[in-house]
Design a protein around this ligand. Structure first.
Ligand SMILES: C[S@@+](CC[C@H](N)C(=O)[O-])C[C@H]1O[C@@H](n2cnc3c(N)ncnc32)[C@H](O)[C@@H]1O
Length: 449
């Protein structure tokens, strides 16, 4: 397959992603198969698609300088074609500039009228002649950082407000670095050393996790292809996510409620830590997602998990004070996982944060009565927004007379992380800091009255 076909495939993928408002590996695989892309072309295809989304804001800043029409007046496919072409010119050096320009013009001729191919030609030629506009010319520091690191202004403005300029910059820069892939060892089936040795023999490059005794970091290779994954002896999971089950500290024989459980990553980890003894009731609001929890449980041979459909804002059929520990891994804006899902920068907005914060608060309020006195509730999200995190927990603690922050959380966290946090009952992992996703974890206990 020629490189131009790879670019057409990337164009189709980006148009679909724009239309569906979601980047997904499933969609990329579908296009790879449909377009019959060779294995050797897949990395370039993926890089063009991923990079054009990741750097969209910066690419638009470049395009705005050379386009006579405002970008929102261009047809979707034309804007996408311009973005992917500028992305290659600005960020990739393995294809010569003239080839990128010629192919963009050929695609524009094939899909549109002469005026469009002329416009594409003009914009790209001007970019090549004059080079990208200097981001340093932007006066407003928030907008400058937003363009430099390719984020929406509102997101950067919130991080500056919540964390200050320096940390906001570190977060935004970390979002453009490839994420760490880690796997969780099913310690009921094998030791970490056994898996390390086995995966290395299979050709993977693997490292011990500096944070968790049940985790490995995968430096090279797709862990889903390993025998250990296919035989239910490991799971692919971020280490930040693993720390949530550690914070819950489940013990064999416990009765646990996982109130927002699908696809079941944390549920499965909890059941493994319980040595498959006791019970984990795993609820999710979506029917099809409940099946995913069952699939996990079956794949890993975890028999103590009961998955069911339910709305955690109004759970029926359980006795009050019947659970030893509750996990609320709440639906959230996901702003801690932009490294993995760059499309979220363009699909989420501030209203989503506020809407989700309301749901989160309803969920904690409504599951609280199910916790035994002396029990603990872990509230976690994969976002870094204070409205969904600290503010949520503060509000809950104020409203519930029998709720108290649980200062034993810190003892359950790895030494490296302990050193870097000021609270003993909650922590905010920021992207890039420990090689994890951005996660918030808070521990709340129910006082015995
Ligand atoms: C962050 S995800 C949970 C991830 C999961 N804990 C894991 O580790 O695999 C949040 C989940 O909450 C579910 N959800 C959203 N609203 C809910 C509600 N009102 N009641 C129960 N589940 C809900 C979503 O379907 C989604 O699967």
């Amino acid at each position: 397959m020629s490189k131009s076909n790879v670019r057409e495939a990337a164009l189709d993928a980006l148009i679909k992603i724009k239309k569906n408002q979601a980047y997904s590996n499933l969609l990329l695989n579908e296009i790879i198969n449909k377009k019959n892309l060779n294995e050797k072309d897949v990395p370039l295809f993926t890089q063009i698609v991923y990079g054009s989304i990741q750097y969209q804001r910066k690419l638009d800043y470049y395009l705005e300088k050379f386009s006579k029409k405002p970008l929102n007046k261009l047809e979707d496919w034309v804007l996408v074609l311009l973005r992917l072409s500028i992305y290659q010119l600005a960020f990739l050096d393995r294809v010569p500039d003239h080839a990128i320009l010629n192919e963009a013009v050929t695609i524009a001729k094939k899909r549109g009228h002469k005026g469009i191919s002329g416009m594409v030609n003009g914009i790209l030629r001007s970019y090549l002649r004059e080079g990208p506009p200097d981001v340093h010319d932007i006066k407003d520091p928030v907008i400058k950082l937003a363009v430099q690191t390719s984020h929406p202004d509102w997101m950067i403005a919130r991080w500056v407000k919540h964390y200050g300029m320096e940390t906001a910059q570190a977060i935004a820069e970390a979002n453009n670095i490839p994420p760490v892939t880690s796997v969780r060892i099913n310690l009921l089936k094998n030791s970490r050393e056994e898996i390390l040795e086995e995966m290395e023999k299979e050709g993977f490059e693997v490292e011990l996790s500096p944070l968790l005794a049940e985790a490995l970091r995968i430096k090279k290779g797709n862990a889903a292809d390993s025998a250990a994954f296919q035989q239910g002896r490991i799971s692919i999971q971020d280490e930040g996510s693993m720390l949530v089950a550690r914070a819950l500290a489940p013990e064999p024989g416990d009765k646990i409620l996982d109130a927002c459980a699908a696809p079941g990553g944390k549920t499965a980890h909890i059941a493994e830590l319980m040595n498959n003894q006791g019970s984990v009731v795993s609820v999710d609001i979506h029917d099809h997602k409940v099946n995913l929890i069952n699939d996990q449980a079956e794949r890993l041979d975890l028999e103590i998990i009961s998955a069911l459909k339910g709305d955690a804002r109004n759970l029926q059929g359980f006795d009050a004070e019947s659970f030893d520990k509750i996990l609320v891994d709440a639906p959230c804006s996901g702003l801690g996982v932009i490294q993995r899902k760059p499309d979220m920068k363009w699909t989420k907005n501030e209203a989503d944060v506020t809407r989700l914060a309301e749901i989160q608060s309803e969920i904690i309020d409504n599951v609280w009565f199910l916790l035994k006195p002396g029990g603990r509730l872990i509230y976690s999200t994969c976002t870094i927004d204070r409205e969904e995190n600290e503010s949520q927990v503060e509000k809950f603690l104020k409203a519930e007379p029998d709720a108290m922050s649980d200062n034993s959380l810190i003892e359950k966290m790895p030494e490296t992380i302990r050193k870097g946090i000021s609270s003993t009952s909650s922590l905010q992992l920021l992207p890039g800091k420990y090689g994890t996703d951005g996660f918030y974890i808070a521990s709340i206990c129910k006082v015995k009255t």
